[in-house]
Design a protein around this ligand. Structure first.
Ligand code: SF4
Length: 371
């Protein structure tokens, strides 16, 4: 090398090496990670109980909605053994309002299994975690990665979106899941697997959002195919959703002084084990007169008032419309078999699903007219 070129080489700034995608993600996470009630502070080990509880609660529910429920649960049941000793009824009651109640029943069954079969300690591998009630492939991978730093990538909706944009995955969901899983695994760093997963989750939640992703702030923007094509908003590709047919039914709001007539739904099936006011079947094309004939029979009750309007609710597989009927009965009227009177003032202690909260609010609202 001539002295001149040696001098030039010495004085020219050397461009910094672009970090690999996994490294760029971790560097971004270290600066921008979300503070979440279940997340351990940087450098501290995660508590498997908190990770598991949050992952179950977050299934089909937002971080914002889960926060207060998570706090309530951990202050009442600070560890899995305490939750395993609770009654299922108490767990359902605390869960009321979060929806998808089979998750609450599985949550309790899982706490019982960890307490009785694993001595109160969560298994630390994906395979053994999957054997627990209510723990599917995603949840097992999330606990294994976040709580035990196993080198696995749980793929949730946020990660699906980031990965499908990054690699412009043309295949539609849900068929594209195995491919997305494979591509997501390429974003795992050699160590800190849990942080790699949480970094991608956070990126999807705060930067690579469903609409108008903030690509200029994204640590992966240089190699993002969808960004280069300007097609970010079109990913992930999804098959058109089939929504179920509208179902209709009747709900009966009966009061006895300051008490309300309720019953408990069967253990198995939709809203299993939850509290409800008596009602008809929920059927597509249900005839209102037929639904009304399923009203509970109470001594001295001959006339129902029909509330104007209907209560609507959307379940995952079908939308529902309920016609609400109200009636008042005399003090000391007995509840029909399998039903009971509960004070209206203590309804908050009942495991009432959202649809029933709407029905009761409509039925008891003095300003909503009857026809
Ligand atoms: S560059 Fe934009 S579209 Fe691509 S991963 Fe980042 S935020 Fe998402």
């Amino acid at each position: 090398m001539s002295p001149k070129s040696a001098l030039k080489a010495k004085s020219e700034p050397v461009p910094p090496e672009t970090p690999s995608r996994p490294l760029a993600l971790l560097q971004w996470y270290d600066r921008h990670r979300r503070r979440l009630p279940w997340r351990a502070p940087p450098g501290e080990a995660s508590d498997p109980y908190r990770v598991w509880l949050s992952e179950i609660m977050l299934q089909q529910t937002t971080v914002k909605a889960v926060g207060p429920y998570f706090e309530k649960f951990v202050s009442r049941w600070p560890d899995v053994t305490a939750l395993g000793r609770a009654s299922q009824e108490d767990v359902l009651r605390m869960w009321a309002g979060l929806g998808y109640y089979s998750r609450a029943r599985n949550l309790h069954a899982c706490a019982v299994a960890v307490t009785r079969e694993h001595g109160g300690t969560f298994p630390d591998t994906e395979v053994r975690l999957r054997a627990l009630p209510g723990v599917g492939p995603y949840t097992a991978a999330a606990i294994a990665a976040i709580a035990f730093d196993r080198r696995t990538m749980p793929v949730d909706g946020n990660i699906e979106r980031v990965v499908s944009r990054l690699f412009a995955v043309e295949e539609e969901l849900p068929q594209a899941k195995p491919l997305i899983q494979e591509l997501a695994a390429t974003l795992l760093a050699d160590s800190r697997a849990g942080d790699s997963a949480q970094a991608l989750m956070d990126l999807g939640a705060s930067i690579c959002t469903p609409k108008k992703p903030a690509c200029s702030l994204c640590p992966l923007n240089e190699g993002c195919t969808a960004r280069a094509l300007g097609t970010q908003d079109t990913f992930p590709r999804k098959a058109a959703k089939k929504s179920g047919a509208l179902r209709r039914g009747a709900a009966f709001v009966v009061t006895r002084g300051d008490e309300l007539l309720v019953r408990t739904r069967p253990e198995k099936g939709l809203l299993g084990g939850m509290t409800e006011v008596p009602g008809s079947d929920w059927l597509a094309g249900q005839d209102d007169a037929k639904a009304k004939r399923q009203a509970p029979e109470l001594k001295g009750l001959s006339r129902w008032q029909r509330k104007v309007g209907v209560v609507t609710h959307v379940f995952t597989h079908f939308p529902l419309e309920l016609v609400v009927y109200t009636a008042r009965v005399e003090a000391r009227t007995r509840a029909p078999a399998s039903m009971r009177w509960v004070p209206i003032a203590t309804l908050a202690d009942e495991a009432l699903p959202n649809v029933m909260r709407k029905v009761i609010a409509h039925g008891l609202d003095p300003s909503s007219p009857s026809c």
